[in-house]
Design a protein around this ligand. Structure first.
Ligand code: SF4
Length: 414
């Protein structure tokens, strides 16, 4: 194999990392390099991914693989053993130097590092940990680090990853155990869940120790996340929502990322030929938000799915749920509890907060609500205001056509 220079490796290994969705950096602790100590900070603003924190802050990470060679042969993965792609491998020192160089030039605020399995899971994990160790200990790097850990590596190595990283992620890969068995036969659902449980215990122990001793060591302060590939197996959206809810509940994950399967060159015959619609991925993220920020139970979110278990693609899941539960509407914005206001299609968490604050002093009209939302037309059928009461929603058969986004006719000429 011809020798590759660092730039060529970067091209290959940043491109290979783009299939990994799990690199948002929300929840990081603030660290900075004021006082002339250390390199980098996490509180300012070719392989760079942009992740958004919940406060809207955009964080740039150098997103790369240590290597795109792998001894495993997961069917859905472009880096699998039998794939015919150009391979490259960074040394740990190359990754450290690249990260520092990008950081000093202000291109990035941190590193997201994953890898194919090199010789064994333990060897690969050692290499990943060494990058983070060297950045933190040899170079006093204070930027954000997100490490992808390997579930069947020695738990002590996974633990060390969490000591250096802000966030660790362990991919569940497929929404169902049967899907994992079929498409990633070398991986084990039991091992993946075992690693997640151990990481959760480490995070809780550290939080507990931190309360008592200021000097207690940190452990993945931005928590753990995971990623599921959507559309590579027969799992329905209802299955996916159920699995995500289980993972949030059992392992206290900060985020579940959904990555639409994308067909790869020389794909295995067990995979579908087409990628699922990108809108499906978007609807799953919206469903996830309903559970995390809108107080929907997993069952309620699953309820938004149609008879085949899939979320409608033409309307968002909150609107789909509202249309299925018309008897719960209209909601009186001047009286309803927060929980019901959050269920009104088109009312976001911020708007609900403002309604609750304002109605302590006065009764709100439709125009008042209009100022808090993007489209009053969409939400009018679902609410009662001081000067507005819709005709009974339950009787209106065409309410979906009234509120669903209009499909636009494409230009025929020009
Ligand atoms: S272990 Fe990871 S890199 Fe290797 S084939 Fe499976 S998904 Fe791809």
């Amino acid at each position: 194999m011809a020798q590759l220079d660092t730039r060529q490796k970067l091209e290959i290994l940043a491109d290979a990392a783009k299939y990994d969705a799990s690199c948002a950096s929300s929840g990081s602790v603030k660290r900075d390099s004021r006082g002339g100590k250390g390199i980098g900070s996490t509180d300012q603003g070719m392989g760079i991914c942009h992740a958004y924190a919940p406060d809207g802050r955009c964080i740039s990470l150098l997103k790369i693989l240590l290597t795109n060679s792998c001894i495993f042969d997961c069917h859905y993965c472009i880096n699998r053993k039998s794939s015919n792609v150009r391979r490259a491998r960074f040394t740990t020192d190359e990754v450290v130097q690249l990260t520092l160089a990008f950081y000093r030039r202000n291109y990035i605020e941190g590193l997201f590092l994953s890898s194919g399995i090199i010789a064994s899971s333990n060897y690969t994990m050692e290499q990943i940990v060494e990058v983070a160790r060297s950045l933190r200990e040899d170079h006093d790097f204070r930027g954000y680090i997100h490490l992808k850990t390997i579930p069947d590596a020695d738990p002590e190595l996974v633990h060390q990853a969490g000591m250096y990283a802000d966030r660790v992620s362990i991919n569940v890969e497929l929404p169902t155990v049967s899907g994992l068995k079929r498409l990633a036969p070398e991986k084990s659902a039991t091992q993946i869940e075992g690693a997640m449980a151990a990481t959760k215990a480490d995070i809780l122990d550290t939080a507990d120790a931190k309360k008592r001793y200021k000097s207690a060591p940190r452990f993945a302060p931005a928590g753990q996340s995971t990623q599921m590939i959507v559309g590579a197996d027969a799992a329905t959206d209802r299955d996916i929502v159920g699995r995500a809810a289980g993972l949030y509940g059992k392992f206290g994950l900060r985020r579940v990322y959904y990555s639409a399967f994308s067909p790869i060159p020389d794909a295995s015959a067990v995979l579908p030929l087409k990628r699922p619609p990108l809108m499906r991925e978007h609807r799953l993220y919206q469903s996830d938000w309903l559970m995390r920020f809108y107080e929907f139970s997993p069952q309620e979110v699953a309820d938004a799915a149609d008879d085949t278990g899939m979320m409608p693609l033409d309307i968002d899941p909150k609107l789909a749920w509202a249309l299925k539960h018309r008897a719960r509407f209209p909601v009186d914005v001047n009286r309803a509890p927060r929980e019901m206001l959050l269920r009104v299609p088109g009312l976001g968490t911020r708007a609900v907060g403002k309604i609750l604050a304002a109605r302590r002093w006065r009764r709100l009209s439709l125009a008042d609500i209009g100022r808090l939302t993007v489209s009053i037309a969409k939400i009018r059928p679902f609410l009662i205001a001081s000067d507005w009461r819709p005709v009974a929603l339950a009787d209106k058969l065409d309410v979906r056509t009234l509120v669903a986004p209009k499909v636009e006719q494409m230009e025929l000429f020009g």
